[in-house]
Ligand binder design. Sequence first.
Ligand SMILES: *Cc1c(COP(=O)(O)O)cnc(C)c1O
Length: 229
Amino acid sequence: MTPISANLQAVHARIDAAAKAAGRDPVSVSLLAVSKTWPADSVRAAAAAGQRAFGENYVQEGCEKAGVLAGLGLDWHFIGPLQSNKTRPVAEAFDWVHSVDRLKIAERLSAQRPTEMPPLNICLQVNVSGEASKSGCTPAAAPALAHAVAALPRLRLRGLMCIPEPTDDVAAQRRSFHELHRIYERLQHEGLPLDVLSMGMSHDIEAAIAEGATLVRVGTAIFGERNKP
Ligand SMILES: *Cc1c(COP(=O)(O)O)cnc(C)c1O
């Protein structure tokens, strides 16, 4: 067994245990393998072990990998900060974008999504309390943004995403994830057919699953430590 397939097995075991502890069906939590900074061969190894969905943070790197590996039938998720002048390659190469935090980006993605492709799946990134990154709309702005994005023709709004400040304090992890879940439920009650709550990374998937994550984004625990630039 390659290290990547052993790591994938270990991550699936963590997901299963966390789901069961929360009284949830493990199949209600899907795994996005975050392959940023890792070469196409690492993605191939994960794909050979059965992993289908991959997350990338950088436009050029992600588009190159998606192109090289186009024959494998993988799903590509863009999860990094997105500038408005870089939306076109993302609209053309990815299946999902998790990091939409303003209407201008969504409008460009919708306008640039090729008509022969299915609508681009979208999660809004929300800056829940304590979030370290500057990205993400405020919780107060999320409902209006969600309804506006849901109305765009070439996008399909699927849910919400957050990147809380890294902390070992499980109660603090859960507070952030709980806040995102509340916004998600509010939008569902307002009639938006959301089905994806994208939260939890290598160090906090247990807290995220306890608070209702339907998709966890895991890099380090699958591929190993990334080289810091
Ligand atoms: C890098 C990254 C991840 C994965 O982080 P790990 O700690 O390596 O699991 C998840 N989500 C986003 C948005 C990222 O940028």
